[in-house]
Design a protein around this ligand. Structure first.
Ligand SMILES: O=C(O)c1cc(=O)[nH]c(=O)n1[C@@H]1O[C@H](COP(=O)(O)O)[C@@H](O)[C@H]1O
Length: 224
């Protein structure tokens, strides 16, 4: 089985991101480039990181009207990402158009409820029910829209997997048992997420901010 860990390269410097990717490449299955990286380094940065030789997950969390998101999807074909994120909150038509505009061999997955949000945040935003309820609702909508899968926390992935047998499930907000949460509110361990049905485990700071990132990646890999 291939390594499900995608390392989130949330680093401001391109040389540091590439150096980290080179160091841990034997212990992760792919590299995730998100907003911090893309806003700083754009297409050039993605091309440079792709030279490391691992699949690229472009986490742009697109969320706009359908026409604009479809245009953005077309603009990233050239980067040949293996996974791209959009927000399920953009609605069904936006998700359908994003999938139709995606490049070949690119999985389009929708973020349901960010792992940095909890039930209190749902109430503050006027969303009825818990974060869990909302994640399941948006996962159903993403499935109806024909997407490949969703992004959710390890708390919901098991229940969503039961309703969407062939879905592709990206789970971030992962923390080894002794790690600090930071801004993550719905965190589980990498092993728990894997056991619940995650296809991809997104891990950033527990590896990138470790004193020894290779040892940290190895230790997490060993728990799976
Ligand atoms: O789409 C994501 O990858 C994502 C969705 C989500 O709900 N929560 C979440 O943390 N992420 C991303 O996953 C990574 C988590 O990083 P760490 O908390 O440092 O492991 C970051 O790059 C986030 O942008």
């Amino acid at each position: 089985m291939s390594n499900p860990i995608y390392l989130a390269l949330d680093l401001p410097r391109l040389d540091a991101a590439i150096a980290l990717a080179q160091k841990v490449k034997g212990h992760v299955g792919g590299l995730k480039l998100g907003l911090e990286f893309f806003c700083a380094h754009g297409h050039h940065g993605v091309h440079e990181v792709a030279k490391v030789g691992l699949p690229i997950f472009l986490d742009l969390k697109l969320h706009d009207i359908p026409n604009t998101v479809a245009g953005a999807m077309q603009s990233i074909h050239v980067l040949e990402p293996s996974i791209v994120t959009i927000h399920a909150g953009g609605g069904r038509a936006m998700m359908e158009d994003a999938k139709a505009a995606a490049g070949e061999n690119c999985k389009v997955v929708a973020v349901t409820v960010l792992t940095s949000l909890d039930d209190g945040d749902m109430a503050a935003m006027g969303v009825g029910g818990s974060a869990y309820d909302q994640a399941l609702r948006l996962a159903d909508l993403a499935q109806e829209a024909g997407l490949d899968g969703i992004v959710c926390s390890g708390h919901e992935v098991g229940a969503i997997h039961k309703r969407w047998k062939k879905g592709f499930f990206v789970v971030p907000g992962l923390r080894p048992a002794d790690a600090t949460l930071g801004d993550q509110k719905r965190a589980v361990t990498p092993r728990a997420a894997r056991d619940a049905g995650a296809s991809v485990l997104v891990i950033g700071r527990p590896i990138s901010r470790a004193d020894d990132p290779v040892a940290a990646a190895r230790a997490i890999e060993a728990t799976l």
